[in-house]
Write a new protein. Sequence first.
Length: 140
Amino acid sequence: QRLKDEIAEVTNEIENLGSTEERAGGSRQGRGQQQAPLAPLQGIQFLIENDLLKNTCEDIAQFLYKGEGLNKTAIGDYLGERDEFNIQVLHAFVELHEFTDLNLVQALRQFLWSFRLPGEAQKIDRMMEAFAQRYCQCNP
């Protein structure tokens, strides 16, 4: 317990370091992340409007891939959308995964660990198709 308290204290000190400007940017990003779990589109839009995230499929995919503080169900819902931009984000997101020298089960576990599959069959199909393409690309 003492070790956990010390780790928490050091973590808090690290978070408190930095300039006021960095902290202001961090709080805006935190607000965007707070919005993203419930409504990923609004959270991502908030981050883009505040210049904390570029409006490119690669940057959005990277943000979702890191997933710090994000709801995995919301990530899955966002990636599974039928909109052309969301499909591009999905492909960029899948490209961030490295499946080289992994068997199919290991690769699938790694992929599914980064988000939660949505319930809609069409969304699942799009995601699994993107996974299959990336897996075959990494393991010719």
